[in-house]
Design a binder for this molecule. Sequence first.
Ligand code: PMP
Length: 396
Amino acid sequence: MFSHLTKLPADPILGLSALFKADPNPEKVDLGVGVYKTADGRTPILGAVEQAFVRLSKEEGSKVYIAPTGWPGFTEACAELVFGADLRSDLGGQLGAIQTPGGCGALRLAFELIALSKPETTVWVSTPTWANHVPTLAAAGLTHSPYAYYDHGSASVDVDAMLNSLEGAAAGDVVLLHACCHNPTGADLSMSDWKRVAELLQARKLIPFLDMAYQGFAAGLSEDALAVRQIFSSQPEALLSYSCSKNFGLYRERTGALFVKGEQKDAKEALVTNLAQLARANYSMPPAHGAALATTVLEDDELRASWIDELGAMRSRVNGLRRSLAEAFKKEGCGDRFSGVARQTGMFSLLSLTPEQVAVVQKDKSIYFPANGRINVAGLTDENIPYVAKAIASVV
Ligand code: PMP
């Protein structure tokens, strides 16, 4: 049965972590895996989450199964965070929600729902997009088409080219969009760009699917949700996959949610029961712990305020590192070649480097990031920025 299977190569990003660990160079820098890091290289448990854990350990009292839709109150708390109270209330019974194992679980379940409803759907993905999008939609039996997105020259979104490629989509196709902090480029649409995208979606009857894994990392919790709010208020149908991995630091607890807006006023029942059935056939019900922690934080005024502060501190640190790196590149004589790093948002920037240049930086300077040039800005520190800027400047 299994004897024809052969060993697969390591995942390009997870494989880098292993190489980094094995490298004895004391100056080595890990800009690979997309996790937040402190100045001393740790990915800590947030204080508010730790306090919620203490509370929960006294109050939880049972590990009996939770419902396939998730921990009580979790999706509602996330819905309010992302849609805001007014839009949440306007969406009413049009909105179906289910807790999922992380943002990846939400993506997979959404693609399965799309495949169940209309198997021939094409999903349009940005060029480039997060490396797991296409494998996940393909695993659900869907096909994809690329749309133009990132312009290396200006280190920003080429919205005209984007809209031009989406003109080729057929009515009913799904357009996968990054709600904020685009992975891997760090380049987001402006609000006026989003308006143009929304008009095109509506005119061509395309269905937006927003993937949100970094709410709070660009400009703030509400600011980062503006695109989601605009799309969900203007389009008859829409999907949103939501991850608590980064903004709550809950990575390994696999905490996320899927929201689907249906056209009918009472769409919710059909959406939720179908999603629950898909979840049942996959993993039955999502893990409870992370969602219980996030719900405890969001439902308690003090813990919520403390979490918002901690998230703000993570955001400021990453944005500060962006500015410092852009300045360091200038000092190294790179001109404006990498100045986009300061304008981009979230954990990532895509540096215009060839795979060969990335390999030299890794081999000679022990700086680790994937061959496409995506750096995790959170892996930088005030101390290593001059070293990184010099090493990269030396190969361009
Ligand atoms: N979407 C994007 C764009 C991401 O970057 C990530 C995390 N790397 C996810 C979804 C999924 O996150 P998780 O499954 O870890 O919650």
